[in-house]
Design a protein around this ligand. Sequence first.
Ligand SMILES: CC(C)(COP(=O)(O)OP(=O)(O)OC[C@H]1O[C@@H](n2cnc3c(N)ncnc32)[C@H](O)[C@@H]1OP(=O)(O)O)[C@@H](O)C(=O)NCCC(=O)NCCS
Length: 181
Amino acid sequence: MPSLPIPEGLAREDVVLRRLRTRDAGPFAAAFREDPTLGVLIGADEDPTENGVRRFIARQPGLRARGEFLGLAVTDTSRRPFLGHVMLHTIAWRHKRAEVGYWLVPAARGHRVGHTAVSLLVDWAFATLELDRIEITTTPDNAPARALAHSLGFEQEGVMVSRNLERGRRVDVVLLARLRK
Ligand SMILES: CC(C)(COP(=O)(O)OP(=O)(O)OC[C@H]1O[C@@H](n2cnc3c(N)ncnc32)[C@H](O)[C@@H]1OP(=O)(O)O)[C@@H](O)C(=O)NCCC(=O)NCCS
């Protein structure tokens, strides 16, 4: 199983992706307090605490070394503010496929930051990693997440009915995918 490098120089139109730093834990956890729907939208079992995020950030090198997960902070050219999180997860190296996930802090939404950040990650992943297929999953009612996926050329392949159990509720899951060109 290949390890995952930290991408260098991923930047476009004032949007920069960099590794998660310990000091991102505060704004990372605060986003879930500012937007109480965020944890539900990303399918988290519970909203993260600042300490929990610190532990999550500390686990990143091990997750990358094992080729399991790559989480990156979305920031701007100053590389300081934490604007959101993009990630490569559910990686099946044998099948040369992975999933991307994304969320922004509320104040950063609606300005194409999400489009640019996810496009940087997807382009880098296809260019650098042995992947033939990248998937996005979301819930049918998440219009922004679906629009972002479509804006990057992901195509909807179907709806998996009652697929996940999230916070005690069974939810349908939309599957979108993009193939290596
Ligand atoms: C999904 C999310 C990352 C989008 O980021 P963003 O920077 O606000 O989106 P962008 O401005 O880059 O817009 C991307 C596309 O989505 C559309 N979009 C953005 N917000 C939208 C909204 N509220 N309703 C419908 N479409 C929307 C844009 O019009 C654009 O489509 P277009 O290229 O056809 O015009 C952001 O809304 C978010 O963090 N949501 C909460 C977390 C979440 O749901 N994550 C996904 C879980 S699967």
